[in-house]
Design a protein around this ligand. Structure first.
Ligand SMILES: [Zn+2]
Length: 80
């Protein structure tokens, strides 16, 4: 669903007239898009930093498109 941009984030709800704003519920510092929720929001960056540390993965964080390309190239077919 994430790869298909099929999660109803506030940017979509706002564009459909369902939400009064499109700001992120966690930080109010960005538009709540899939890229923001899963990669750009400070909450997401802290989660990913911990995941990378626990997996001893020392690559630099990338933008959302870069992360998706990395994931599909390296983890396709693997379960979490
Ligand atoms: Zn946020």
């Amino acid at each position: 669903m994430i790869c298909r941009d099929a999660i109803h984030t506030k940017d979509k709800l706002y564009s459909w007239g369902i939400s009064e704003d499109s700001l992120c519920c966690r930080c109010s510092n960005g538009i709540e898009s899939i890229a923001h929720v899963f990669n750009e929001c400070h909450v997401a960056t802290e989660v990913w930093k911990e995941v990378r540390s626990r997996n001893q993965e020392y690559k630099d964080a990338m933008d959302w498109d870069g992360e998706m390309l990395h994931a599909t190239s390296n983890y396709s077919g693997l379960s979490l």
